[in-house]
Ligand binder design. Structure first.
Ligand code: ADP
Length: 162
């Protein structure tokens, strides 16, 4: 039996921590859908199209990974994709309560789905999209945090004339 998994998130933008989870999950599951949440109320820096482009560029080498946008309830998207597993990254205890609540809620709503947590690579345990944006906003160096191919796109959002 093939195991198809969904890794959902905001990816605003994708960081080295996300990339690490995607590569590891792609090695564990037969197929992986990276699902980019389309939620304008979160006031994202990047459009969904920009996010899809960036993720595709970074993990496009992985043959069993697809990148898609979704809105509405995650469990509905996971069912529509015929997937059985939700993948989330776990950085620290601070992630735990929120993630546990969602994993449990999703089990109640959809008992056929399981959430699998991958613990972060220690190298990236401090890393979040918000940190990357905050540093880029003040023109700091983000080269250790994101894939080189998207650095200009991030810094461009904070350069004059935006
Ligand atoms: P969300 O708004 O859904 O939390 P994010 O894009 O912030 O979306 O995160 C998506 C997933 O990636 C979450 O499971 C989060 O815990 C995980 N993640 C974020 N940053 C890292 C990191 N540095 N290392 C491992 N996992 C991470």
């Amino acid at each position: 039996m093939m195991t198809r998994a969904v890794y959902p998130g905001s990816f605003d933008p994708i960081t080295n921590g996300h990339e690490d989870i995607i590569r590891r999950a792609a090695g564990i599951f037969d197929e992986l859908v990276v699902a980019v949440l389309n939620n304008s109320s979160k006031n994202p820096l990047f459009t969904v199209e920009e996010k899809l482009d960036m993720i595709n560029e970074i993990v496009g080498d992985l043959g069993n990974v697809e990148v898609k946008a979704f809105d509405g309830l995650l469990v509905d998207f996971v069912h529509k994709e015929n997937a059985g597993v939700i993948v989330r990254g776990m950085r620290a205890v601070t992630d735990f309560e929120y993630e546990l609540q969602w994993a449990q809620t999703n089990r109640v709503v959809s008992p056929d789905l399981d959430t699998v947590f991958l613990t972060t690579n220690l190298k990236y345990s401090y890393l979040s999209s918000s940190v990357v944006k905050e540093i880029a906003r003040y023109h700091g160096d983000i080269s250790q945090f994101v894939n080189p191919c998207i650095i200009d796109r991030i810094t461009g959002k904070f350069s004059a004339g935006r």
